[in-house]
Design a protein around this ligand. Structure first.
Ligand SMILES: Cc1cc2nc3c(=O)[nH]c(=O)nc-3n(C[C@H](O)[C@H](O)[C@H](O)COP(=O)(O)O)c2cc1C
Length: 132
């Protein structure tokens, strides 16, 4: 686990809709967009399972995920270990996000993504450099 700085968290928050990449056990990749998520703390990004399909199948086989955030000309990749929660405070928070807006979403589970690695996502000097 590594700590995600406030600056890096803000880059993801500002982009809001972020790509989420998974892979199955044969390493076939899949990428989706997710917009319903929040930072639970400095090392944990929690996504709402509203419609996850191939993504869920992949995570059941291979519980790792990569995200990329980009805003204000800054970009970061984060790579995480994943587990699912269907009770407890993180699930309650996701349910609230899913059901409290004008449009209702399923909020079936909290996909708890614990950050293990952070990389620079920009080009130029330090492109792809491991930051944590
Ligand atoms: C802008 C946008 C935001 C989305 N946010 C979420 C989300 O927060 N949670 C979710 O389960 N699906 C979300 N989706 C749907 C997924 O991107 C995707 O369609 C779904 O997971 C099915 O794809 P899969 O079979 O590859 O998992 C969103 C789609 C779009 C276009």
């Amino acid at each position: 686990m590594v700590k995600v700085s406030p600056e890096i968290k803000a880059v993801f928050e500002k982009q809001r809709v972020i790509p989420m990449a998974t892979a199955d056990r044969e390493a076939r990749p899949n990428v989706i967009l997710v917009g319903m998520w929040y930072w639970a703390d400095d090392e944990t990004l929690v996504v709402s399972d509203n419609y996850l399909n191939k993504t869920k199948a992949n995570l059941d086989e291979n519980p790792t995920v990569a995200f990329n955030g980009w805003s204000d000309r800054k970009s970061y990749q984060i790579k995480c270990k994943v587990h699912w929660e269907t009770s407890g405070p993180r699930f309650e928070q996701i349910r609230k996000m899913a059901t409290s807006g004008t449009r209702q979403f399923p909020g079936k589970a909290a996909v708890v993504c614990v950050v293990e690695e952070i990389f620079q996502g920009n080009g130029g000097d330090g492109a792809g450099k491991k930051l944590g």
